[in-house]
Design a protein around this ligand. Structure first.
Ligand code: 0RA
Length: 639
C-alpha cells in the first residue's frame, strides 16, 4: 500500500514538474511577456491572491517589501493558505504552489470579486522563480515550505513554530535569467497598491523598500471619493465631491465625481476592482447620463436658450474628474479588446446612465450654487469651442500663406518628406538650434528652435493656445491638427523629440512641452511618437579615451578607480556649447543616441503628475521634481 502511494506520488510529481517546465519554456503564454511588465505580473499574481482573501472578508492588511536583493515579500493576515494533507499524500500547500491552476480547487464557492483578467496561479510565479519561501500562520502553527529552481521542493511543509496569528507570507526571487535586465519598481507597485486601497476601503497596504529606506502605507476609509480628492489635490475645485450610488439590474454602480477649474477630463473606471483602461459600455453610459442631465438642467433653468445648441460631451466633461467602480455578477461579465481592458457587457450602459441621471438630477436641484458654477463653466467651454472653430476656419481661409512664411522662418525641415521616418527635434533657443542644425542628418531630421518659454497649457484652453506663437508653430509643424480634431494619420514626423538642456530651465521647458502634448495631442504620446533626447552631462577625457556620461552616478562610476590627475572632466552647461560632432554622436544619431520614449500608461496618474508639476502650488511641484525627475517616462527605448 505504502509502495503504491509512493509510486503514485512520484508519477504525479513528475507531471507537476513537466507542467512547471512548460511555464518556463513559454513564460509569455502565462504572464504575457518577460520584460518589466511580466516581472511585475509575478508580484500582481501573489498580491491579488492576498487581496481576494481580504475581499472575501478575511484579514485587513497586505504588506509588501522589496528586499533589496531582487526578491520580494508579500504577506497578508487572512486565514492562511490551507496546510492539511492533500489526497495525493503531499500537503495542500505544496499542491497550491506547484500545480497549475490549483488555487481555485481550494475555494469554497467564494465570490471572487477581483477575478476576470488575471489569476494564472501562484504556481506560475514559483515556476519562474529561482527560489520561493512560503510561511503560513494557521491552526495555531507556523508552517514553512521552500522551493528552488522553478518549483522543485527544497524543503517540504513543516512546522517551525507556534502562533495565534493567521496569514500567509510569500517571498520569492524571480528568475533573472528569464527577466533579463529587469527589476521591481517601488513606485509602480506603490501606484497599483494605492489604487487598490482606494477601491477597497477595508484594505490597508504597507510597502517598504529595504535598499533605499522607503516606506509608505495606504488606507482610505472614503474609498473612491478619496481617489477623486487625491487626483484633484493640487487643483482648484468647483464643488464638493458628489457620490453616486445605485443598483440596477444586478449591476452595482459606484461613482465619485468633482469639477475643477482646469480644461481636461480624467475619467478612470473599474469593474470588479479591475481597471478598464479602454473604457467600454459603462463609460459610454456615464457620458450619456451626464451630458443629458446637464443639458436638461441648463434648458430648464434658462441657461441654454431656445436658439442655443446643446452642450456637447466635451463641454460637459471639461475639468471633470470621475472615478467609476462597478460590481457586475460573473454571468453578465464580458471583457473585450486585445488586452481585455474594455467592458463589453451591454447591460452596464443603461444601468450607469440611469443611476447617474437620477442621482445628478436630484443633486443639481438640491445644490443650486454648485450647479450654476459648473454649468457656467460648461457655457464657457461651449463658447471657447465655437470660437476656436471660427478661428481655425479663418486661419484656413486667409492666413495660411502668412503662416507658411512664419514657419519657414523658424523650422529647418528635413530635405525629404517622409512621415514614416522623419524626426523633429524641438530645441530651446537659437544657439542650441544652430548646433543642432550642424549635427543633424539633413535627409530626415528637422530642427525647430523655440524662442520664448511656451505657454503653460495646464491653465489655458484651446483658444488661448492658438494665440501663443510658439504653440501655433508647433501645431503647424506637426501638421495633424490639435485637440479633438488631432488626427494621428496626418503627422509629418514619426518621432517628435524634445531636446533641451540638462538644467532646471531645460526641465521646465520639457514639462511645458509634455503638458502641451498631453493635453492637446495625446495620441502622439499614446501611439509612441513622442521622445525625449538625452544629451550627456559630462565629457571625460583620459589620454586617448573619450567618454560621455549622462548622469552624476555614471560619472562617479566611470572615474572611481581613476587617478584624478590623469583625466579631465568637462561639464556641459547647455547644448549650445557642445560641438556639432559630439552632439550628433551622443544625442541625435539613431546609431548611437539614447532616447526616452514618453510613455503614459496610466492617464489618471499622469494627470495627477501633470497637475502637480504645472499647477499653481509650488511646494508639491518642487518636492515632486526632487523625487522623480524622470516624470512619467519609462526608458524602454534605449538604442
Ligand atoms: C483557499 C482556501 C483557504 C485560504 C486560501 C485559499 C488563501 C489563499 C491565499 C493566497 C494568499 N493569501 C491567502 N490566504 C488564503 C482557506 C479556507 C478555509 O480556511 O477554510
Amino acid at each position: 500500500m505504502a509502495n503504491a502511494k509512493t509510486t503514485k506520488y512520484d508519477a504525479s510529481s513528475i507531471k507537476i514538474l513537466e507542467g512547471l517546465e512548460a511555464v518556463r519554456k513559454r513564460p509569455g503564454m502565462y504572464i504575457g511577456s518577460t520584460d518589466k511588465k511580466g516581472l511585475h505580473h509575478l508580484a500582481w499574481e501573489i498580491i491579488d491572491n492576498c487581496i481576494d482573501e481580504i475581499i472575501n472578508g478575511y484579514g485587513t492588511t497586505v504588506k509588501i517589501r522589496l528586499n533589496g536583493d531582487g526578491s520580494i515579500t508579500i504577506a497578508d493576515n487572512g486565514r492562511g493558505v490551507p496546510i492539511g494533507k492533500h489526497e495525493s499524500g503531499t500537503s495542500a500547500t505544496e499542491v497550491i504552489y506547484t500545480v497549475l491552476h490549483a488555487g481555485g480547487k481550494f475555494e469554497e464557492g467564494n465570490y471572487k470579486v477581483s477575478g476576470g483578467l488575471h489569476g494564472v496561479g501562484a504556481s506560475v510565479v514559483n515556476a519562474l522563480s529561482t527560489w520561493m519561501d512560503v510561511t503560513i500562520y494557521r491552526e495555531g502553527l507556523i508552517s514553512n515550505i521552500r522551493f528552488k529552481n522553478g518549483g522543485e521542493v527544497a524543503s517540504p511543509l513543516k512546522k517551525i513554530g507556534e502562533s495565534k496569528k493567521t496569514g500567509t507570507c510569500v517571498t520569492f526571487m524571480p528568475d533573472y535569467e528569464i527577466f533579463k535586465n529587469c527589476q521591481f519598481s517601488f513606485s509602480t507597485i506603490c501606484e497599483r497598491m494605492q489604487e487598490s486601497a482606494f477601491l477597497l476601503p477595508q484594505l490597508t497596504v504597507e510597502l517598504e523598500s529595504v535598499g533605499d529606506d522607503k516606506k509608505v502605507s495606504y488606507h482610505y476609509d472614503n474609498g473612491i471619493q478619496s481617489f477623486v480628492e487625491y487626483i484633484n489635490e493640487d487643483k482648484k475645485t468647483l464643488n464638493a465631491i458628489v457620490p453616486i450610488h445605485g443598483v440596477k439590474n444586478d449591476i452595482d454602480v459606484d461613482i465619485a465625481l468633482q469639477y475643477t477649474d482646469t480644461y481636461n477630463e480624467s475619467i478612470i473606471s473599474f469593474v470588479n476592482n479591475v481597471k478598464t483602461s479602454d473604457g467600454g459600455s459603462h463609460e459610454v453610459g456615464f457620458k450619456t447620463g451626464i451630458t443629458k442631465v446637464f443639458n436638461d438642467y441648463a434648458r430648464a433653468n434658462g441657461i441654454l436658450k431656445a436658439k442655443d445648441t446643446n452642450f456637447d460631451g466635451s463641454d460637459v466633461r471639461e475639468g471633470l474628474t470621475a472615478v467609476i467602480n462597478l460590481k457586475i455578477p460573473e454571468k453578465l461579465l464580458q471583457f473585450e479588446g486585445q488586452t481585455k481592458g474594455k467592458l463589453g457587457t451591454p447591460e452596464a450602459r443603461p444601468a450607469v446612465e440611469t443611476v447617474v441621471y437620477d442621482t445628478l438630477k436630484f443633486y443639481l436641484e438640491e445644490n443650486r450654487k454648485d450647479a450654476l458654477t459648473i454649468v457656467e463653466k460648461m457655457g464657457k467651454s461651449k463658447f471657447a469651442r465655437e470660437a476656436a472653430r471660427k478661428a481655425r476656419e479663418e486661419a484656413r481661409k486667409g492666413k495660411s500663406k502668412k503662416e507658411a512664411k512664419n514657419l519657414s522662418d523658424k523650422l529647418t525641415p528635413p530635405q525629404t518628406r517622409n512621415p514614416k521616418i522623419n524626426e523633429l527635434f524641438i530645441v530651446e533657443g537659437q544657439s542650441a538650434g544652430g548646433t543642432a542644425k550642424s549635427s543633424r542628418d539633413r535627409k530626415f531630421q528637422g530642427i525647430l528652435p523655440l524662442r520664448g518659454k511656451i505657454l503653460n497649457t495646464e491653465k489655458a484652453n484651446l483658444a488661448d493656445a492658438y494665440k501663443n506663437e510658439e504653440i501655433n508653430t508647433l501645431i503647424h509643424c506637426i501638421g495633424a491638427g490639435v485637440g479633438q480634431e488631432f488626427d494621428i494619420k496626418d503627422i509629418n514626423y514619426d518621432k517628435v523629440i524634445i531636446m533641451t538642456d540638462a538644467d532646471d530651465d531645460g526641465a521646465h521647458i520639457q514639462c511645458l512641452l509634455l503638458t502641451f502634448f498631453y493635453r492637446f495631442m495625446r495620441p502622439l504620446i499614446e501611439e509612441g511618437h513622442l521622445y525625449i533626447a538625452m544629451p550627456p552631462l559630462f565629457k571625460v577625457e583620459d589620454g586617448k579615451n573619450l567618454k560621455y556620461c549622462y548622469s552624476n552616478e555614471e560619472l562617479k562610476d566611470y572615474t572611481r578607480d581613476k587617478d584624478p590627475n590623469k583625466y579631465r572632466v568637462q561639464r556641459y552647461k547647455g547644448l549650445g556649447e557642445m560641438d556639432p560632432e559630439p552632439l550628433r554622436i551622443t544625442t541625435m544619431s539613431p546609431e548611437t543616441r539614447n532616447l526616452i520614449k514618453v510613455n503614459i500608461t496610466d492617464a489618471a496618474m499622469a494627470e495627477k503628475r501633470v497637475s502637480v508639476l504645472m499647477g499653481d502650488s509650488v511646494e508639491p511641484r518642487k518636492e515632486w521634481i526632487d523625487e522623480n525627475v524622470d516624470f512619467s517616462l519609462e526608458d524602454d527605448f534605449r538604442k
